[in-house]
Design a binder for this molecule. Structure first.
Ligand code: 13P
Length: 345
């Protein structure tokens, strides 16, 4: 097997998933401040030290996605945080997009930037030991949104990023996020997510990306955050599987969902339900409808849904550090179980 596919499979190891801890400086500071913690360089360093040194993290976390500053952060003893992760058996990933900017002529829409000189940056990250990378595009649902222009611009950038990663020996995590904001129902999110993924895989094919050496990081198919009605965990699981099965090629190495602002508990329950809605694997599935057989492993690549309880418990006080690490490990274990369909609330 080629090296990219081997890395992708290690990231998708059964019962494990990814820890997204790649918040930009401003996002991380905002989340710290929301928990009553004075933000700043040292608070971010101490918080990330707490995360990466949680004992046993590597049992459920296969890879950590870092923001560039964490490549150079050290723990209180002066050990680089990337060495702490490596010692825990956790593969290093790096967010390489530089954020989103308004898409000219398309009010309310954004395109992700960061392609300039990306090849050289990826080479430097690989030299530091990074094995994979992440690029996030955001799409919003509105009456006439997302526009074709926004879909195509973002899909093209994701595909250019993906082939540059593969040329540098890094597995690309391809993250087109359909945002939850809005009052639309499940069906509208399914329709938009299908279109987004269709465009992304069309562009990946045009650019020549190797599908067995990349991981898709999609949103689950969810009702809008202000949709008035109830939606069951099972409905989300069915809508998500139906959507992915229509447009994600079987050769893709894996699917690792983002949490996107879902509560930690719901994100876990929905991941678990996705697995419970799959029929047992071949050959016992002969005759089962195709919508019930997933050709790729499904796991988590959560940010907020893994970190939120830990950050709240820490609250900036190292007297709560052990408690905070326990909260992180608990969510990692719950999600690891959900990634096997074995989560028990
Ligand atoms: P959330 O799980 O908080 O959506 O974060 C995942 C991520 O990597 C966003 O880019």
């Amino acid at each position: 097997m080629n090296a990219l596919a081997t890395t992708a499979q290690a990231l998708m190891a059964p019962g494990k998933g990814l820890l997204a801890m790649d918040e930009s400086v401003s996002t991380c500071d905002r989340r710290l401040a929301a928990c009553g913690i004075a933000p700043g360089d040292e608070a971010r360093r101490r918080y990330r030290e707490l995360l990466v040194s949680a004992p046993g993290l590597g049992e459920r976390i296969s890879g950590a996605i870092l923001f560039e500053e964490t490549l150079h952060q050290r723990n209180a003893e002066g050990v680089p945080l990337i060495e702490v992760l490596r010692a825990a058996g956790i593969l290093l990933g790096i967010k390489v997009d530089i954020g989103t900017t308004p898409l000219p002529g398309h009010a309310g829409e954004r395109v992700t930037e960061g392609l300039d000189a990306l090849g050289a940056r990826l080479g430097r990250h690989a030299a530091l030991g990074a094995r994979f990378a992440k690029w996030r595009a955001v799409l919003v649902i509105g009456t006439d949104l997302p526009s074709r222009a926004c879909l195509q611009a973002n899909a093209h950038a994701l595909a250019r990023y993906a082939v540059l990663c593969q040329a540098a020996g890094l597995v690309p995590i391809v993250e087109p996020e359909v945002m939850m904001q809005g009052d639309h129902g499940l069906a509208r999110c399914a329709e938009v997510t299908e279109e987004v993924l269709c465009q992304v895989f069309t562009q990946l094919r045009e650019q020549g990306a190797a599908l067995d050496g990349l991981i898709l990081k999609p949103n689950m198919v969810l009702p809008g955050a202000s949709f008035p009605g109830p939606t069951s965990v099972g409905e989300v699981a069915d809508a998500t599987l139906d959507c992915l099965l229509r447009v994600v090629p079987a050769a893709v190495a894996g699917v690792a969902f983002l949490s996107g602002g879902q509560s930690p508990l719901l994100a876990t329950e929905r991941l678990n339900a996705l697995h419970r809605h799959l029929k047992p694997p071949w050959p016992s599935t002969m005759g089962a409808p195709i919508s019930h057989i997933a050709p790729w492993p499904l796991t988590f690549s959560f940010g907020r849904a893994l970190q939120e309880p830990a950050m709240q418990r820490w609250a900036g006080d190292d007297a709560h550090r052990v408690d905070a690490q326990a909260a992180l490990l608990h969510r990692a274990r719950c999600n690891g179980a959900a990634a096997l369909g074995r989560y028990q609330p």
